[in-house]
Design a protein around this ligand. Structure first.
Ligand SMILES: [Zn+2]
Ligand SMILES: [Zn+2]
Length: 313
């Protein structure tokens, strides 16, 4: 018995040692030997200095990715929290009578932070080895062209993620899965920004695959035609999209009013209110094609008619 136990300990020690060794092999000394700093912009310079300073590409990407995720997520939630607290823009609140209290927001923050550190941190840390495995450029400078490569790839990732999200989200509404997994995300029938990532760990993992898996697949299929900066641009866009879709506000200037394919809060808020339709994340394509937006359209139409009738009185 003791030998089996000792063997397991030995195996574990070897695994950990090999992992540390593999990260140490990513020593950046000499990586930038052929790079001329005079030809780099400030961001590329900062990027190069960061990787050189940390001296370990896995660790450098891991720290940078986690910090970026926290800053962008909570940074984007903050204006919505202030708007809710101050009671501004009430006329644009989709469920006007359901403004989240400060206590609700704080409880939600604590839960989201727990998931970030327990579920997302290990995943984010493991991203670098996966990215390298599919040929993604990480520490390299200069960056690819913004309009020539970053923008078209980010647009592609929106379509890929949206398809994955629609499919998995619809499956999660099956009775067997709903009560064990997806019910957590539906705690708030009137969502607010912070609730975007309030979900069961399994859901965070599976839906997160749509955000991370698309770029990894693209990178693999295109033979490494992608840079980590494109991944960061995509993650920022996706976080803004997710937080805004849960904000609970639809403004006349919201993106969905001048880009009809865009779902926005007006679409996803309905999903939280009624949870029978509107399964997409960013776009309205799949709900429209597969007919899972008919009750939603009827509901919004009735709302608009009631509003007009009230005005006429
Ligand atoms: Zn949601
Ligand atoms: Zn749902």
């Amino acid at each position: 018995m003791a030998t089996v136990f000792e063997q397991a300990i030995n195996n574990g020690t070897v695994l950990v040692r090999d992992f540390i060794k593999s990260t140490q092999q990513n020593d950046v000394a000499g990586l930038y030997a052929g790079v001329n700093p005079a030809q780099l912009n400030w961001l590329e310079l900062a990027w190069m200095n960061w990787y050189s300073w940390v001296g370990n590409t896995t660790l450098a990407t891991g720290i940078m990715s986690f910090v970026m995720h926290e800053v962008v997520y909570f940074g984007r939630c903050l204006p919505w929290m202030i708007i809710d607290y101050m009671g501004w823009f009430k006329q644009y609140k989709l469920q006007a009578d359901k403004v989240p209290s400060a206590k609700q927001q704080w409880e939600c923050t604590k839960e989201v932070l727990k998931t970030h550190f327990s579920v997302e941190l290990p995943q984010i840390y493991l991203f670098h080895p996966m990215a390298v495995a599919v040929g993604m450029k990480t520490w390299e400078v200069p960056f690819p062209s913004f309009f020539g490569q970053i923008v078209p790839q980010v647009m592609l990732f929106f379509f890929m993620e949206d398809f994955w999200h629609y499919t998995v989200h619809r499956i999660m509404h099956h009775r067997a899965l709903y009560k064990h997994v997806h019910k957590v995300h539906h705690t708030y029938s009137a969502p607010f920004g912070l609730a975007a990532e309030y979900a069961h760990p399994i859901e965070v993992l599976v839906l997160g695959l749509g955000t991370v898996g698309g770029p990894l697949l693209w990178c693999y299929l295109s033979g490494g035609n992608m840079h980590l900066i494109t991944m960061y641009t995509w993650i920022c866009c996706r976080l803004f999209q997710a937080v805004d879709a849960h904000s609970g506000y639809d403004f006349p200037w919201s993106l969905n009013h001048w880009l009809p394919i865009w779902a926005g809060a007006e679409h996803h808020d309905y999903h939280h209110e009624k949870f029978n339709e509107c399964f997409s994340s960013s776009l309205r394509v799949w709900d429209w094609l597969l007919g899972t937006d008919q009750k939603y359209h009827a509901y919004r139409k009735a709302q608009a008619e009631a509003k007009t009738a009230k005005k006429a009185q």
